[in-house]
Design a protein around this ligand. Sequence first.
Ligand SMILES: [Ca+2]
Ligand SMILES: [Ca+2]
Length: 243
Amino acid sequence: MICSLSSRSRFLVNVMGCKIGSSGLSPTIQLNRRLNTTQLASEFLLIGNSMDPELQRRYRQLFRFYDVQGDGSLSVEGDFQQVAEALAARWQHRNTPFPDMLGLLLGTYAHESERRDLNHDGVVDELEFVDSHAPVVQAFLGMRPQAEAFIARAAGAFFDCLDLDCDGVLEVGDLEAYAAAYRKPTEGIRANLARMLAAFALPPDRLPRQVFLTLVEQYWFDPSPDVPGRWLFTLDCPTDASC
Ligand SMILES: [Ca+2]
Ligand SMILES: [Ca+2]
């Protein structure tokens, strides 16, 4: 995720993986490096087992979405670099909302990958990906107002990276470009967006910024079976929207 920081939410931001401090490493990561691998695995196994199964399912789904090469591991070089380049390239000949969008995306992906790489072998596997989000969930539950403010900034900045005409609304083409950057199929995106927007009694093909933020928060943190955000990364919605 992309971050702009305020001192109020530093703990949460540390957990969410944004860069702070002179070392460039969050205290969470620094602490992790003082533990040996066995201790670390035990810590995260315990936390991971306490996570809601539905959230674990979604994080596994998200891992597969992010896995551009489909090889069961994530890395900047193998997966995220081409995504960042594809998303930044859409802005060619346009004024970007950030001075160096490619650099911002690459830096964010690099930092997120480092945070998730619990055994520091340079890649993130599915188990690491799921387990590394346990402290994020705990931080969200423990610091809800700060967490929501953080989501508004971080996910909001990512929204801006996709909103080519800067009108505060994502269209189907913006979401298709995002999925295509991850080499994912785009056929079901229109129907999937329509069913999510129907839950907000909104027109089927325009996703406002605030609704996007709500869907992101639901996907990451609300395991309820009826929230529309649970569909956010669903790629196989039938085109007749009957799913
Ligand atoms: Ca690893
Ligand atoms: Ca737009």
